[in-house]
Write a protein that binds this ligand. Structure first.
Ligand code: CO
Length: 297
């Protein structure tokens, strides 16, 4: 069935992407254990997505403790999960460019309530979503629940719309109450992602940068950079990609050059500014007349 401006086929592709994401998320979350490497988990999830759908909407994000997002293993990463980790696993799948985006938190630190705060905030937000509802109202629901647990929402991160081959578009779904947001429309596809923290609620950019995205195609002189650009334009469909996906012994240098030339942009890891813990929960939904359809459940 069509939903607002989305025809049957488009709705179906969103649902397929969501189904694959659910399967991959369940399998992958099971794998996260102390002693297992981040890279094993990311590569497993990404290969399952390639198998079951048209591809990853972005590299698998594995954010530990104070990291909120944009963390993905480097090519030769051997970092293992430990008993002191709070792990946010954020996965994106696309079918013909139509995107499902979801996240869950796996906690070994014993901070159950922090995890629950993000999960319950997401539930409240999902209950609030419907056509005609202002995104500020959704944000207020998220903020109320997280503050009710005695924690703070991450104020400078927000949920977002997704469109075909675009993982981050409007409308913005704030994680706090704001006076004037955007009115949700039937057929909007949005990823709602509350982040909760025991810190002050602000993330800043860290030094690590492993995720990139094509910004503007432009000729580059350097041979290695040109080769990498060829792969980026032919394989990644304008979606974010990991530096470890680039088949070049000089990938890091080439990406640096492409960045300097304004051809690609990087996504530095975002971290809680005081090094406090962050939990996350996320689903993608299609807004309907009287509520929403959760595609990733
Ligand atoms: Co996500």
């Amino acid at each position: 069935m069509s939903i607002g401006p989305l025809d049957d086929e488009t709705v179906d592709k969103h649902r397929q992407a969501g189904d694959v994401l659910r399967t991959v998320m369940d399998e992958t979350a099971e794998m996260v254990e102390p002693g297992v490497t981040h890279l094993e988990v990311a590569e497993y999830a990404e290969s399952r997505i390639e198998e079951l759908a048209d591809g990853c909407a972005f590299p698998v994000n594995i954010s530990i403790n104070e990291e909120a997002s944009h963390a993905t293993p480097a090519r030769d990463d051997d970092i293992e999960f430990t008993e002191d980790d709070m792990v946010c696993l954020d996965i994106g799948v696309h079918v013909d460019g139509y995107i499902a985006d979801a996240a869950t938190t796996i906690d070994f630190t014993g901070n159950d309530e922090l995890v629950e705060a993000a999960e319950q905030a997401l539930e409240a937000a999902l209950d609030a979503v419907a056509a005609g509802v202002d995104t500020g109202t959704v944000g207020a629901e998220i903020e109320d629940v997280i503050r009710g647990y005695g924690y703070t929402p991450v104020l400078n991160l927000s949920g977002h719309g997704v469109e075909q081959y675009d993982a981050h578009t409007g409308p913005n779904i704030p994680n706090r109450g704001v006076d004037r947001g955007t009115e949700l429309q039937v057929g909007d596809v949005v990823a709602i992602e509350p982040f909760a923290t025991d810190g002050r609620g602000k993330v800043t950019e860290g030094a690590k940068e492993e995720i990139f995205e094509l910004q503007q195609e432009r000729s580059v002189r350097n041979r290695a950079a040109r080769k990498v650009l060829d792969q980026v334009t032919s394989e990644f469909d304008g979606l974010p990609f990991a530096s470890r996906w680039v088949d070049s012994p000089r990938a890091e240098m080439a990406l640096r050059r492409l960045k300097q030339a304004g051809v690609v942009r990087g996504y530095p890891v975002l971290k809680e500014e005081d090094g406090r813990l962050i939990s996350q929960a996320e689903h993608t939904v299609i807004v309907t007349e009287d509520g929403c359809e959760i595609t990733t459940e």
